[in-house]
Ligand binder design. Structure first.
Ligand SMILES: Nc1ncnc2c1ncn2[C@@H]1O[C@H](COP(=O)(O)OP(=O)(O)OP(=O)(O)O)[C@@H](O)[C@H]1O
Length: 241
């Protein structure tokens, strides 16, 4: 049994039909890249999995064999699926440590907050700083740490490199390499193709809300026509401009 399966998923915002018959399979401990141009439906795919924001979803979404497609966002969160949305949402007036504590307190079986400082040493030096005073990269690390402290089985990262300078992207890549050694399954959406190719073994490309291609990232690296056709090919340098 796969950890997560999407079978013929359609999703809507009000009357706007955005995902069409989408299929995806994720095995335990895989790192999956979800790629596609602006507006292709990557964020909507993640929202459909966690049951947030979309008005309606159809088709089957199973997690550990259980159909979660009609479950609420809260129920899905309690099953161990955590989304780190685009745009780094941390509590601005709470310190780094308080941000982590609040996340831990709302989890069923949290990890010790101190473990997050081992994974994210940058945050250790910033324990007493308010969320609003962190740089974009530091906020992104705190967002990921807040999700990780809740001991997720499946972590969904929506464009973690968005708006970050290249040097910070490198730091984030390093940290995420540690995260993926932590027994967590990850789906990561990105426009920065280089970044995800370094992290993930398998990729799905979606285009206009439907499956366009899937395969290993090793294969994708050698398929320039796919990158040209379906992705706004961006290097780490360009992505941060
Ligand atoms: N809250 C919303 N209400 C209505 N339409 C939306 C909403 N969010 C996204 N859409 C539309 O759904 C489509 C897919 O958007 P989505 O955000 O999933 O794409 P994406 O691949 O994540 O793109 P990006 O990289 O720009 O975030 C787009 O046409 C978008 O305009």
């Amino acid at each position: 049994m796969s950890l997560l399966e999407l079978d013929g998923v359609d999703a809507y915002y009000e009357n706007s039909h955005v995902l069409f018959d989408l299929d995806m399979t994720v095995e335990e401990n895989e790192i999956i890249a979800l790629l596609g141009r602006n507006g292709a439906g990557k964020t909507t795919t993640l929202r459909s999995i966690v049951g947030s924001t979309v008005t309606r979803r159809e088709g089957e979404i199973t997690f550990r064999g259980e159909d979660i497609s009609s479950r609420s966002a809260n129920q899905i969160s309690r099953k161990g699926i955590k989304l780190v949305p685009e745009g780094r949402r941390v509590f601005p007036t709470l310190t780094v440590h308080e941000n982590l504590q609040v996340a831990a307190e709302t989890a069923v079986d949290p990890r010790p907050v101190e473990e997050m400082y081992d994974i994210f040493p940058v945050l250790d030096d910033l324990r007493g700083n308010n969320g609003q005073n962190l740089s974009g990269g530091e906020q992104q690390m705190l967002s990921v740490a807040r999700a990780l402290v809740q001991r997720p089985d499946l972590l969904l990262l929506d464009e973690p490199t968005e708006g970050l300078a290249p040097v910070i992207v490198d730091d984030l890549l390093e940290v995420l390499r540690n995260v993926v050694e932590e027994d967590v399954t990850v789906i990561i959406t990105e426009q920065n193709v280089d970044f995800v190719l370094e992290l993930s073994e398998r990729a799905y490309i979606i285009d206009k809300g439907a499956n366009a291609w899937d395969g290993t990232t090793e294969e994708l690296e050698n398929r320039e026509e796919l990158l040209d056709e379906y992705l706004s090919v961006s290097t780490a340098d360009e992505a941060a401009d």
